[in-house]
Design a protein around this ligand. Structure first.
Ligand code: ADP
Ligand code: MG
Length: 530
């Protein structure tokens, strides 16, 4: 048996490539890389099957670039890929790998001006990465010449199949001379038509499969939340989580649009990605997300397929994935390159069995987690305030305010002064404070409720699609009271009256005021008597 390769140095690569790979921060080859690269260098056709995030791009990129003949300005390798995003991504990675060898890779895709592409091609590039339709267009116009192409790579072959590119792919394969051509095919799954293409156009291919067992990365925390109010629960989780870059998956395009609208309305920096968007819209969204100007990317499976962004902190399944493969695929986008990632799945109680099935088939553990409580949210807000205070302290630009504090410190406790200062900065100055519980109590004496009950007024209603069960559920969960002690609920367009027993009224007010219900921030107070 061959000894396992554990460093790039053990593969016969030129110094220029080794240096480039090391610049990219790759310390050791991933399994698909250590198995594929030597075979490709030896000239074999290779079929590689491994999920997203396993490093397939470099697995075919490194040997392909190694084999490019220096000094020639002909196109020597062609990569077919399903989407524009992927074409750009692969070209970027190739250009990094080929940095010292000065191998130029150009992405080519539909939606960009063909004239501009023709001009870029004229500069002389050795590798072209593109979507099949646009590549075929260039081949037919003779603006891409194939006679020097020695390597053909099909990346995400199953996805190209799903997107209806099979005929285009075959048309391109037919145009290439089969003699000294090397063909590499990469795919997460191997459906029949792909296996057929491999059989027909490949020459004795070696098959490398990275088994599913090695897939789920131990660095990913996998949890699920069971809830009937996904939107509200999601918002809560977003409010307490320490987040960076988040991808949220929805089942449908409409689901993406709806969720983006809801999140944006609530002030989350989010945008959506799906097949109906124009190329330039997609580009804009991806750019913002990459640069961190967007915290949340909401996407369908297809739109997000293959997208590679390094530092995704959270993958959130807002809709449960259809099967375990899709689950593994989705969550594989976080926890990359040794970084820690979190995968969260929101399920409706009816979806519990589906979740358990996914868990079993994916051979993984998805742990139940309780939704953050109001106290957790408060705690998080405190942390954020503390954080900002610490940064202000670190900046050390507050000497102007020293005299104020030292004046006050003669008369007041310094901790009180500091607390008041924080309150002032967080809440702003209020001439008249909303009075605390004692006054509320007196307000509660005459609210027009039934005997023994306090009638509460809430500033949301039918316009916010509030239903009685939403209120019962929220009050019960937040104030920890049994739902069946809640009395009459009257929902109007813009407000709602709810009766609760006197002895829990204080608690309900304390807990629900400024809390959220179905994602809406609410004000709640004792009702005025009728
Ligand atoms: P795939 O095509 O299998 O989905 P990619 O080629 O997009 O995976 O690689 C996923 C991520 O892992 C990329 O950010 C890539 O730069 C990184 N990566 C690839 N190979 C290595 C390696 N050997 N060491 C560290 N990171 C790697
Ligand atoms: Mg890939």
């Amino acid at each position: 048996m061959k000894k396992d390769i554990t460093t790039f140095g053990e593969i016969e690569l030129s110094k220029k490539l080794l240096q480039a790979v090391s610049d990219m921060g790759f310390e050791e080859p991933s399994p698909i890389q250590s198995q594929t690269i030597p075979l490709v260098l030896e000239g074999h056709d290779v079929v590689g099957q491994a999920q997203t995030g396993t490093g397939k791009t470099a697995a075919f990129g490194i040997p392909t670039i190694e084999k490019i003949v220096d000094g020639s300005r002909h196109i020597q390798a062609l990569v077919l890929t399903p989407t524009r995003e992927l074409a750009i991504q692969i070209a970027e990675e190739f250009n990094k790998i080929g940095k010292y060898k000065r191998v130029k890779t150009l992405p080519i895709y539909g939606g960009q001006s063909i004239d501009r592409q023709i001009r870029s091609l004229k500069f002389g590039v050795q590798i072209v990465v593109g979507t099949p339709g646009r590549l075929l267009d260039h081949i037919r116009r003779n603006t891409i010449k194939l006679e020097n192409v020695k390597t053909l790579i099909l990346d995400e072959a199953d996805e190209m199949l799903d997107m209806g590119f099979v005929d285009d792919i075959e048309a391109i394969l037919e145009q290439l001379s089969s003699e000294d051509r090397q063909t590499l095919l990469f795919s997460a799954t191997m459906p029949g038509p792909i296996a057929k293409i491999a059989g027909k156009y490949m020459n004795n291919p070696k098959t490398i499969t990275i088994s599913r067992e090695n897939l789920t990365v131990p660095l990913i925390d996998q949890v699920y939340y069971e809830t009937r109010e996904k939107l509200e629960s999601l918002c809560r989780v977003l409010d307490v989580e320490e987040t960076g870059k988040i991808i949220i998956f929805c089942r449908t395009k409409k689901g993406v649009d709806d969720l983006v609208a809801s999140l944006q309305a609530r002030g989350y920096m989010s945008d959506g990605l799906h097949g109906d968007l124009s190329q330039s819209q997609r580009d804009r969204v991806m750019k913002k997300f990459r640069e961190g100007k967007l915290e949340i990317l909401v996407a369908t499976d297809v739109a997000a397929r293959g997208i590679d962004i390094d530092d995704i902190t959270h993958v959130i399944n807002y809709d449960i994935p259809q099967d375990h493969e899709s689950y593994v695929h989705r969550i594989g986008r976080t926890g990359r390159a040794g970084k820690k990632g979190v995968a969260m799945t929101f399920i409706d109680p009816r979806e519990y069995r589906q979740l358990k099935l996914i868990e079993r088939l994916a051979k993984t553990k998805i742990v139940r987690k309780a939704l953050p409580s109001f106290a957790d949210i408060l705690e998080r807000q405190r942390e954020l305030i503390k954080d900002r205070l610490l940064k202000t302290l670190a900046n050390n630009k507050f000497a102007d305010y020293h005299t104020i504090i030292s004046d006050l410190s003669a008369e007041y406790d310094i901790v009180d002064v500091a607390a008041a200062a924080v309150k002032l900065s967080v809440e702003g100055f209020k001439e008249k404070e909303e009075e605390a519980t004692t006054v509320i109590s007196s307000k509660m004496e005459n609210t027009g409720g039934s005997p023994g009950m306090v009638r509460l007024f809430m500033n949301i209603g039918r316009s916010q699609k509030i239903r009685p069960e939403d209120i019962v559920r929220a009050f019960a969960a937040e104030a920890d009271i049994p739902g069946n002690i809640i009395g009459v609920i009257n929902i109007y367009d813009r407000f709602t009256f709810v009766e609760v027993p006197e002895d829990v009224a204080e608690r309900v007010l304390a807990v629900m005021h400024k809390n959220t219900l179905k994602g809406y921030k609410i004000n709640i107070e004792p009702a005025k008597s009728r």
